[in-house]
Each structure stands twice: as structure tokens, then as C-alpha cells.
Design a protein around this ligand. Sequence first.
Ligand code: CIR
Length: 266
Amino acid sequence: MSNPAVYRFNSVIVREPARSVVNGLRADDRGDPTYEGVVAEHTAYIQAMRDAGVEVTVLPALEEFPDSIFVEDPALVFPEGAIVLRPGTETRLGEAEVTAPVLRDMFETVIDLPETGFADGGDILTTPKAVMIGLSARTNQAGAEALQACLAQLGRKSEIVTTPEGVLHFKTDCSLLDDETMLVTARLAASGAFDGFKTIIVPEGEEAAANALRVNDVVMVGSDFPRTIETLEKAGYNVVPMKTTEIGKVDAGLSCMSLRWFDPRR
Ligand code: CIR
């Protein structure tokens, strides 16, 4: 049987926001998010995932880790197995340790990134051609190379690319729309990373919309970005606008709140 599309998912892990999410990391302080606002956005996200046809496992909040709602960063998941990562910022490293046993319960194969470097899931984009690993302030060369070896164990090809200066994660600036098309900021497109793909450039001023999320037949896009939504609808995508105003205050978008994979046993 051929592999399902890389955006075909039947399984998702999310984690409830902790009250401490209001203290989450951010590059520019635009004020704290409200806990209630984050909960509302997270609840709508879970519902949108279920509407898109995936089974959602909801993990309990972790007060000691303000950013732990962003489950994408401490792990990587594939139909073939999972990789426990090493988030490249001190306050988030411990999230990997808490996530590992959950993955060991759900996957037959779980590989630990060796302690030689750091890698955040937000820097990893899975495409039909390869897994792209973006170097950033969170993912260093040693982590990226160690991750390539882990991915090879799962039979996955990978390539190391760069993230624009000052951008948190590689996927802050891009997302996969279908097998051959990426939604991408002009600054990341300029790096040439997506030369082999069709690209849709995010309208100027809506850069944060680039972290959209294709799940099965829909593309979730931040509802604060009407020009991006219009562009994608005109291009024929089935867009589901999602509120990301509060999580946006702690530098997050749509991919970061879930781990997504296709479980062939389901
Ligand atoms: C952080 O700085 O780690 C969080 N405040 C935001 C993480 C966003 N993660 C993601 O996009 N994968």
C-alpha cells in the first residue's frame, strides 16, 4: 500500500493549557495572553481537529511548564514511530521527559534524540520529498545532524535548511498546503528552501499567518489574517479560520498545539 499523504492524519495529541501559560515565552511583549482566552482557542482547536476526522488524545496541563501547551516542540511523530526531541531553550527541555512515556505507550518505536544537540519540533516540516530541519535559535547544527540519523532509522529522508534571522521557528514562516504547495513568507521564500515546490506568499503584514495547518481536507488559518484566508480560498483550499489572538501573544500559531500522525493500526 502506498503511503498516505503527509497531511493525512487520524491521530492527534494535544495538552491542556496550564494557568502558567500567561507567562509563556515571547520575543516581543505585546501583553500577557489571558488564560481564559487561551482555553477558548484551544477548545476550538480540539473541536476543529475532531471535525477534520482525527481522534484527539488530550494530555493534562503541566503548571511547571508554561509553554507545554505547544506539544509540537518536544517530539516528532510519524506512522513509523516517534522521536523524543530536546527543545533548545532551558525552560522547555523538561517537557521532552514528560512527553516520552506517553509516546512509549502509543508507539512501538520511540527514538531519543542523543544529548549532543537541540532540536524543536517547530523547526521540522514534513513534506512528501523529505523532512526539512530548520536551523534556528532553538535547533542547532549538532541537533539537526543527530535528528537526521534518527529520521534515517525511521526510513525518512531529511535535509537541513535555515530559518530567517530573528524568526522563532522554521515553521513560524511556512506550512504545507498540499503535496506540492507551500504557504510561505516572502523572507523565507527568498532563502530558496522551497525552490522545488509551488509557493503561495503570505500577504505583507500577515506574516504570522504562514503557520497554517493542513489536516486532511481542511487548512486551518488564523482568523486574524483575512487577506491570507481570501488568497487561499481563491486558490481552492477549504479554509477553517481559527482564532489565535491569545496564543499569538506567546509566539504560537496553529501547528504548535498538536502532534499529528496517521496510525496505520486505527
Ligand atoms: C516558545 O517560545 O517556545 C513558545 N512560546 C511558542 C512555541 C511555538 N511553537 C511552535 O510554533 N512549534
